[in-house]
Design a protein around this ligand. Structure first.
Ligand SMILES: Nc1ncnc2c1ncn2[C@@H]1O[C@H](COP(=O)(O)OP(=O)(O)OP(=O)(O)O)[C@@H](O)[C@H]1O
Length: 589
């Protein structure tokens, strides 16, 4: 958990600013604008920086918030405090609608999709009669508390900054939770997150809604600050600018959104005020200089200014070790009547003309270590993907404890107690080892986004972190628990993936090349761990090219070549099988 002291200091500082003697009123106007932009940028931090979903359309949600309160408070005479929840509701509901259409897009189609609805909504604002077309709506009432009316930028200042600081706190709470980890895992693609039960479309939709509600809040405040709205500030150009703010500040960091807003708002103001004095009659030159300066800033700090500034602070590699005595409920360990956990029957997978897996059959029994070996391209990883629901078989069937799971998605497979690691490590590099491993326990936690934001999830969270810490200790990485996963060697990252898979409390562990990149001693430790797991009741199916490791560890070996099973048996029989020697081993191992 992060310390709240810096936020308290920041809040006190912001509270004191208007009382500074001689404070120019114009600075307060600037701070109001910074606060409004920071709210939108904070949403983008979550959406783009953390969740990896680039949106150019956020300004439209500012518009929804602003127009909702404008219409309701002018045409229907509703109090602005009543229109606040309605503005947030309208922004959030439209985010659900647009999000449902957009979140399924991937790659560059997603930002293009957001740009399209950003452009479309701008024209909608300017064409609708009841929104005042291009002229917009004026005479919006100010915010008021009793007889105190927030008519000046100085009087609405506190409302804006209370909103910014509360939103930052809620957003940070969300990120530091089970839901937050699921959101942060999105950036590594959906496969890893789904392998641990994260419903990725739901997680994406959640960040869309969160970002839209923050933008709607900014719009609501904007409408009561300006007391008039028109379509101009809610167009695609503003959408691009908000994204710029988040990127300049540091798109993965909540305070990056605030810093980015401060830099961009102040820079624009300074250039607009002073550049015409230096270069008279130069028209739009400040836009060019503004662009050049922002690009220069990004050269200096490609990840944004917030992480760049934070890099000057002493590095924090130690954190509080979670209380490992807290326990999550364990899985009921049922085995099939025959003791068969996993049955692969005539599984076939065809990619166009390539038959990656060709009518392969094998089984994994309870308390057994089975190795799947074969030359490169033999179909081993594809078989893993068929078992874990990442791919569906062209024909054949896969059963877990006698139940067919051919069409089950990864989120359902993991619920059955099958967890995995990946051939190409899929950790979130800028999350700590502890946080990465805790993703493995996702399905064993219960807290949702609202309880996380309100910090009502602490008991649940403590158990998840306790489980993660126990598994990290089990795989021998206790000292690295608070380091960023990306700072570990590739071999260690593979071990972190094993700890993450163990957090599922699996019956069957699927390991894709777990020994790759490990030193001799580390391989020995890994083999001991896997034997211990088997003796403790777990089954392991592993793909591995290190034949010394496999032959000493596996109870049974299945050999694939060109997608076809060419042999199956104990290490002793496989070592001497002429077909296996010809296809893969070369000389007897
Ligand atoms: N998504 C895909 N689209 C098309 N072909 C694919 C796809 N995935 C795998 N293949 C092909 O299927 C075959 C089996 O690949 P797979 O990755 O399963 O082999 P592997 O045994 O795991 O190899 P390696 O040991 O190199 O990881 C290869 O010819 C590969 O090019």
């Amino acid at each position: 958990m992060q310390s709240r002291l810096p936020i308290i200091v920041f809040a006190l500082l912001m509270a004191a600013i208007p009382f500074v003697p001689g404070m120019p009123p114009f600075w307060i106007v600037l701070l109001d604008n910074i606060g409004l932009a920071a709210l939108v940028a904070m949403g983008l931090v979550l959406l783009t920086g953390v969740g990896g979903l680039t949106s150019f359309g956020q300004a439209a949600f500012v518009g929804f918030g602003a127009y909702t309160t404008a219409v309701l408070s002018t045409s229907y005479g509703l109090s602005p405090w009543l229109t606040l929840p309605l503005s947030l509701l309208v922004s959030g509901s439209l985010a659900v609608l647009l999000g449902l259409i957009t979140v399924r897009l991937s790659g560059h189609y997603l930002p293009l999709g957001t740009l399209a609805w950003g452009l479309g909504l701008f024209y909608l604002f300017s064409k609708l009669e009841f929104l005042g077309r291009n002229d917009g709506i004026s005479a919006i009432p100010p915010l008021s508390i009793g007889a105190f009316k927030m008519l000046s930028p100085g009087s609405i200042y506190y409302a804006i900054w209370v909103a910014v600081i509360l939103s930052a706190l809620l957003t940070m709470n969300l990120l530091d939770s089970r839901t937050g980890r699921a959101i942060r895992a999105l950036r590594r693609g959906h496969v890893a997150a789904e392998a641990f039960g994260v419903h990725t479309p739901r997680a994406k939709l959640l960040v869309f809604i969160h970002a839209a509600v923050l933008a709607g809040l900014s719009g609501w405040l904007y409408a009561h600050l300006q007391r008039a709205v028109n379509p101009t500030p809610f167009g695609a150009q503003a959408g691009i600018e908000y994204l710029f703010i988040a990127v300049v500040g540091g798109a993965g960091y909540v305070w990056g959104g605030v810093l980015g807003a401060a830099i961009v708002v102040v820079l624009k103001e300074v250039l607009q005020s002073y550049l015409p004095l230096i270069l008279p009659g130069s028209g739009q030159v400040e836009t060019i200089v503004f662009g050049i300066m922002l690009v220069a800033l990004l050269q200096l700090a490609p990840g944004g200014l917030w992480p760049w500034l934070m890099s000057f602070l002493p590095e924090r590699t130690s954190g509080k070790k979670p209380d490992t005595s807290l326990k999550l409920e364990s899985r009921a360990r049922a085995t099939g009547q025959s003791g068969v956990l996993l049955q692969v029957e005539k599984a076939r997978k065809q990619f166009g003309g390539v038959v990656a897996v060709n009518n392969v059959s094998f089984e994994v029994q309870a308390k057994e270590i089975v190795a799947l070996i074969g030359p490169n391209g033999a179909g081993k990883s594809t078989t893993f993907n068929l078992i874990t629901g990442v791919l569906s078989a062209t024909s054949g069937s896969i059963s877990v404890l006698g139940r067919k799971v051919d069409k089950a998605p990864p989120q359902e497979i993991v619920k059955l107690g099958i967890s995995r690691t990946f051939q190409h490590v899929k950790l979130v590099p800028d999350m700590t080892v502890l946080e990465n491993v805790a993703i493995g326990a996702h399905l064993r936690g219960h807290s949702g986004p609202v309880s996380s934001m309100l910090r009502l999830d602490r008991a649940d969270e403590a158990k998840l972190l306790s489980e993660a810490a126990r598994q990290i200790e089990r795989v021998g990485l206790a000292e690295q628990m608070h380091q960023l996963a990306g700072s570990l060697s590739l071999g260690q990252q593979r071990i972190v993936e094993i700890a993450r898979a163990l957090c599922v409390d699996p019956m069957l562990l699927l390991l894709d090349e777990p020994a790759a990149g490990l030193r001799h001693m580390e391989k020995q430790r890994l083999a001991t761990l896997l034997r211990d797991l088997r003796d403790g009741g777990m089954s392991v199916l592993l793909v591995e090219h290190d034949m010394g490791f496999v032959m000493n560890l596996a109870d049974r070996i299945v050999v694939l070549d060109f997608g076809t099973k060419i042999a199956e048996g104990t290490p002793a029989t496989i070592k001497t099988n002429p077909e296996v020697i010809k296809a893969y081993l070369g000389v007897a191992a």
